[in-house]
Design a protein around this ligand. Structure first.
Ligand code: SF4
Length: 384
């Protein structure tokens, strides 16, 4: 596992404190999305299909830091949209580091070389570069040629300047195990500090719906990939050994959506990073008033095929705390890639999907319109 000792110690102590205090639900990694605007339009992305007025919205530096304080998770992952398009991003990162929280700044790397001078290496800071495979796989995934080469050049520069750099790799149903394994070998040669890998979530607004994996396909794909790398031991994953074990079909886990609470320009997103079924005004409201049992695989149709780290890594980490020897065994021996799989969660009682996107967008647009009208009135009053 490619998680630095300092981070393991801080997160481990945090989990222990929560355990001892008997807290049932608590966040592990906050997802901060200060904007939805992006400079790419990837085929599997469900985050950028908003009207311009919403894409132009930003969480301010103050809103970001207040949200980080409210949530108080030990890790903050900044996603989007493309975070490097946000003018205050260096100050946001600096402010979070000053709170001694670990920051993962997710980027497609198109602006990384240009903006690298605005950031400083720190044990609390990691670049998390989106890279969905080799040149051919990645450029196809992001629907633009040349992006892989620019990302690799930016990674090299960042490594030369002493930054920690991870890659964030999402796999779809066209992933070929041999090619993925070869790509992980290449990442190792590039000096990448950690690989975060996950199957793509079937976003209802993603332009290409035919590329998402079902749960059984995901389990088999990960077995086939990990088999080519000694059960995963060949590569430095930035995820827990039990999460990889889950991806390979060896664990029956229920998701922990509150483990990665998500703050966007809409508010605190219910129930998780992947689904926007409603929004809470405060973190406390999100935690206390969300009907958590209404979500997760087996409970809700939109969760049927989800095996994404933002939902299940927290489950695996908490299981690691409960069963450290089981986790250690997987870490040392590698993930089992043969034999029977663990039973999967039955889907016969799940409630049907609800489609709330348009309503959420309508509410937000009305709010933006109201704000703009007030600003115009104030301006007019001042000039009279
Ligand atoms: S299974 Fe959990 S993490 Fe995945 S979409 Fe559903 S609520 Fe979110």
């Amino acid at each position: 596992m490619a998680i630095p000792i300092l981070q393991k110690a801080v997160v481990g102590a945090y989990i222990l404190r929560k355990h001892v205090s008997g807290q049932k639900r608590y966040p592990l990694a906050m997802m901060l999305e200060p904007l939805f605007r992006c400079n790419l339009a990837c085929s599997g992305c469900g985050k950028i299909d908003y009207p311009d007025d919403i894409l132009n919205e930003r969480l301010s530096l103050q809103e970001c830091l207040e949200s980080v304080d409210e949530c108080n998770a030990p890790v903050v992952s900044i996603a989007g949209g493309e975070p490097l398009l946000h003018r205050e991003m260096p100050q946001i990162v600096q402010g979070i580091i000053a709170r001694r929280k670990f920051v993962y700044l997710c980027t497609n790397a198109l602006l990384m070389e240009k903006k690298l001078d605005q950031y400083k290496p720190s044990p609390f800071f990691v670049w998390s570069v989106h890279l969905d495979g080799d040149r051919q796989m990645h450029d196809r995934s992001v629907c633009q040629e040349g992006v892989y080469d620019r990302a690799v050049a930016a990674i090299k520069l960042a490594k030369d300047r002493g930054f920690r750099v991870n890659i964030n790799c999402t796999l779809f149903n066209d992933a070929q195990p041999e090619k993925v394994a070869a790509f992980f070998d290449t990442a190792k040669d590039m000096g990448i500090d950690g690989i975060t890998v996950s199957p793509g979530y079937a976003y209802e607004r993603a332009p290409e719906q035919q590329h998402f994996l079902t749960r059984s396909m995901t389990r088999q794909l990960f077995r086939d990939i990990l088999k080519l790398g000694k059960g995963g031991r060949n590569w430095a994953f930035s995820q827990s050994s039990l999460f990889l074990d889950f991806l390979a079909g060896n664990q029956t886990y229920h998701c922990t959506p509150w483990g990665n609470p998500t703050r966007t320009v809409f508010g605190w997103q219910r129930p998780c990073y992947l689904l926007g079924e409603g929004y809470a005004r405060t973190f406390r409201e999100l935690m206390e008033e969300t009907d958590w049992d209404a979500y997760g695989t087996g409970n809700y149709e939109k969760c049927a095929n989800c095996m994404v780290h933002s939902g299940y890594e927290a489950t695996a980490v908490m299981d690691t705390v409960k069963r450290p020897l089981a986790a250690l065994k997987v870490g040392l021996k590698g993930v089992r890639t043969e034999g029977a799989m663990a039973p999967d969660i039955p889907l016969d009682k799940q409630r049907p999907a609800q489609y709330v996107y348009s309503r959420q967008v309508e509410i937000k647009l009305t709010e933006i319109k109201g704000r703009k009208a007030t600003a115009t009135e104030i301006k007019a009053a001042r000039t009279h």
